[in-house]
Design a protein. Structure first.
Length: 868
């Protein structure tokens, strides 16, 4: 094979040659100096460099399997059909960009890469699982960033040093022993070098130059890799696959700041050799702490002195003498940089060579020293323990660690101590035995006993006083006992303290008051003052040890609060009872709102209900009487006053006004309402029919001539009128009918007697309207006297002057009217312009008509006298 390289010298070198003159100057061919030079790889098989090849240049492939594989890739890339043996030109090969996945060279049985140098546009080449030994044809491929050569027979990767653009490189499972060519790959980020074949340590320091390295795979390199401390300097390392190596100390990676949980450190294999049965545990976690091994019958975790300790930092071989080998495993999960846990595990092989020796330890006498219990400040003896040994003790003899545990035998401080006695023989076998020492402190108990000086058991309940006396006696005994344990002292102190705290004043009276309150009515229990005092009493009763003064005060104040509440309720009931009773007696609601408030103020529900019912009864009675009075007022409103006497209608108007005013009076009593109702009803019943039309007609009859009186109709009408007139209070219609009948009969009889036509009957008296402002009501008798009879005083008819008309001459049917006669004296006297306002009796008129004119003056005087 021939390698031809074209080098471009820096201008400085050319200038130096010119200045220094002739002579040949050799330029060392180092990758660092000529990293970016234009170069070309050629061989005896393919003599044209790729950079000079034309597209039709036919590339020769000594390895037919490589050629066949590339034909398939070209066919796939170009979409053409090709045979495995078809010739491949540079133009075909430069079309290939990625030799990966389905288009990879993996597992093709390739042994020779000659010809692959013409894949000048390839960026990815995968050729794992072949038998490649020489990677020189790859060295000048300018664009390759990912190269996979896993599981081949490569031993020298020097040509790869020229592939400066590599980012991802996999060369695991090869025969590589020297990683130095990797030093000059500045862009390398992913590097797989797992399961390298070969023996001897594998130096991984060349990868330290790769500051961009993110993933490093050194899995399965056996005991060839043990020191990974240098990897901590890789600033961007995130994933480290380091399974199945010779790593026992992960603390070397403590400063690797970007490692994450995908990193693996399992199945390590490490061997050590020892000639002592106790030695330091070499396995360290990420923090540098020893990782305890999984103990076996022969390997235990221990302290430096050989004492077994599952978390000890040392390992101890059990029954291991002479030459031998044993193993122990370890496994520990730990987080990396705050992420999830990863596992560090492996197997530690221990090769030992331990000579046989005396293993019999010294023995102590006594074998189990007695516990020492003493009061603080009292001298104790620790030198009563001896030891024996088959070969003899060393010069130190029996020692103890009293000083180490701060125990001064001459002046011991209170506390519990474990004094360890040690004895070592001349074979360095050490035996130990422990002794418990308890130094007690009774100061608190002594002080508590002194504090009871002022306690008099008789001031407290018998049971608590008895408990106190017993506890105090026991405490005094414990203080006097020098070897009493601290537990006994503390127990005595606790019992005495509890007995003192348990002393109880007699709270029976207080509890009685609280219990009795439960039987009181709710309005007493719910009284604010009572509730407050009850709460205070319950608080005092619930206290563990209230003072006698507090108990007495709480009971007294609760009792007084209940008494006050009852007195207040009694006062409210008394006042409300008096007010309701007065309303019942008076049958009057003087101030209904105030009275209702008084009743509502009563707290006793039953009493309040009774008072409300009684008050309601009074109100109902008043309301009923007002209703009855209202009905009477309505009856008065509906009464017909036409034809009634003026005085009776006046009395009715006054009674109605009184009743209306009383009905609107809020505090009217039942008696007042009844009286007003009675008065109004009496006024209604006392309405008198005005008999004036009837008495006027009878007066006219009395003044009539005997001839007229003797008229049958007149006589009958007169009898009827008298009968009506004799009635106490005839109806208006009866009076009017009888008067009209008599008057009509008189007129007819007079006409029949050829007398002047009788005066027209008196017009019935019109009803008098009620006065607009009635006089003040006069007291009415409860039982008015009956109206007088017709023959009784006060029932005589009062003569009333009737309204008269001018007499007219009698005219028979068919007769002509006669001239009017000269008015007589009677006509003149009775005419409206004579000065008379009224004439008292129609009978006078009849007499005047009948008597001669000479007697008219006498009749006038009689009438005038009668009016006066």
């Amino acid at each position: 094979m021939k390698i031809s390289r074209t080098k471009v010298l820096p201008s400085a070198v050319i200038i130096a040659a010119a200045v220094l003159g002739g002579g040949a100057y050799y330029v060392a061919e180092t990758p660092n100096l000529f990293h970016n030079i234009a170069r070309a790889y050629t061989s005896t098989v393919n003599t044209t460099a790729p950079s000079a090849a034309q597209d039709d240049y036919e590339v020769t492939f000594p390895d037919e399997k490589l050629k066949a594989a590339l034909n398939k890739i070209v066919a796939t890339t170009t979409g053409t059909s090709r045979n495995d043996t078809d010739a491949l030109t540079y133009g075909d090969l430069k079309k290939i960009v990625k030799v990966s996945e389905a288009n990879s060279l993996n597992n093709k049985g390739i042994t020779n890469l000659e010809g692959i140098q013409y894949l000048t546009n390839a960026t990815v080449i995968q050729a794992s699982g072949n038998k490649i030994t020489d990677v020189t044809p790859l060295e000048d491929l300018p664009k390759v960033t990912s190269l996979v050569l896993t599981n081949n027979k490569i031993s020298d990767i020097t040509p790869l040093a020229r592939m400066a653009k590599l980012i991802d490189l996999s060369v695991g499972v090869n025969d590589i022993t020297n990683l130095a060519p990797l030093e000059n790959m500045p862009n390398l980020e992913i590097f797989h070098m797992e399961a390298m074949r070969g023996t001897g340590p594998l130096d991984i320091s060349p990868v330290l130059n790769h500051s961009k390295l993110r993933l490093l795979n050194i899995n399965s390199n056996g005991n060839r890799i043990s020191n990974i401390a240098s990897l901590a300097s890789l600033p961007n390392l995130q994933i480290l696959f380091a399974n199945k190596n010779n790593i026992v100390d992960l603390s070397q990676l403590k400063t690797a700041g970007k490692l994450n949980e995908r990193s693996t450190f399992m199945d390590q294999a490490h061997s050590i050799t020892t000639d002592t049965e106790v030695f330091a545990n070499p396995v360290k976690d990420i923090d540098g702490n020893p990782i305890p091994v999984v103990e076996t019958a022969k390997v235990k975790n221990a302290n430096q002195n050989g004492d077994l300790n599952p978390q000890g930092a040392y390992l101890k071989l059990i029954d291991a003498t002479g030459t031998g080998r044993t193993t122990a495993t370890w496994s520990k999960e730990f987080p990396i940089n705050g992420g999830n846990n990863t596992t560090f595990s492996g197997t530690l092989t221990i090769n030992y060579n331990i000579p046989a020796k005396d293993t019999e330890k010294p023995t102590f006498n006594p074998s189990a020293p007695n516990k020492i219990v003493a009061r603080k400040g009292t001298t104790i003896n620790l030198n009563d323990v001896q030891a024996n040994d088959n070969v003899g003790l060393n010069a130190q003899g029996v020692t103890n660690n009293a000083a180490a545990v701060n125990l001064d035998p001459a002046n011991p401080a209170a506390g519990t101590y474990v004094v360890q006695y040690s004895a070592t023989d001349t074979s360095n076998n050490t035996a130990t035995v422990n002794r418990d020492v308890e130094i007690t402190n009774a100061d608190d108990l002594t002080a508590k006993i002194a504090s009871t000086k002022g306690i008099t058991p008789g001031d407290y309940t018998a049971d608590t006083a008895n408990t106190y006396s017993q506890a105090k006696t026991k405490a005094e005994q414990i203080v006097a006992q020098a070897d009493a344990t601290q537990a006994a002292i503390n127990d005595a102190l606790q019992q005495l303290t509890a007995a003192i705290d348990g002393l109880r004043v007699d709270k029976s009276e207080l509890n009685k008051q609280i219990t009795q309150l439960d039987s009181e009515p709710d309005y007493i229990k719910n009284d604010p003052a009572v509730a407050a005092k009850k709460a205070a009493a319950q608080t005092t009763a619930g206290e563990a040890n209230p003072t006698n003064e507090a108990v007495t005060k709480a009971a007294r104040e609760l009792r007084e609060a209940v008494t006050t509440a009852k007195d207040a309720e009694a006062t409210r009931q008394r006042d409300a009872e008096a007010a309701v009773a007065k309303a019942e007696t008076d049958k009057r609601l003087s101030d209904e709102a105030a009275l209702t408030n008084q009743v509502n103020a009563v707290k006793d529900p039953a009493k309040q209900l009774d008072l409300k019912n009684r008050l309601a009864a009074v109100k109902q009675a008043v309301t009923a009487k007002k209703t009855e009075l209202g009905d009477a007022i309505k009856s008065a409103d509906d009464a017909k006053l036409d034809g009634r006497t003026a005085d009776s209608t006046q009395q009715l108007a006054q009674a109605k006004a009184n009743a209306t005013a009383l009905r609107n009076k809020p505090d009217a009593s039942v008696a007042e309402l009844e009286a007003a109702t009675t008065a109004l009803k009496n006024a209604l019943a006392g309405l008198k029919t005005d008999k004036k039309p009837l008495t006027d007609a009878l007066a006219t009859f009395n003044a009539a001539t005997p001839e007229v009186k003797a008229d049958k109709k007149v006589s009958d009408a007169k009898l009827g009128a008298e009968a009506v007139n004799q009635e106490a209070n005839p109806t208006v219609d009866a009076v009017r009918t009888a008067a009209k009948k008599l008057t009509d009969a008189l007129a007819a009889a007079a006409a029949a007697a050829n007398q002047p036509k009788p005066v027209t009957p008196v017009t019935p008296v019109q009803p008098q309207p009620a006065p607009t402002q009635p006089a003040q009501p006069q007291p009415q008798p409860a039982n008015p006297a009956p109206a007088p009879g017709p023959n009784q005083p006060g029932n005589q008819p009062t003569p009333t002057t009737p309204t008269v008309t001018q007499p007219q001459a009698h005219s028979d049917a068919g007769e002509n009217k006669k001239p009017a006669k000269e008015p007589t004296l009677a006509d003149k006297l009775l005419a409206p312009n004579t000065g008379f306002e009224r004439v008292q009796s129609a009978s006078v008129l009849a007499a005047l008509v009948a008597i001669p004119g000479a007697l008219a003056a006498l009749a006038y005087r009689m009438i005038k006298k009668r009016r006066s």
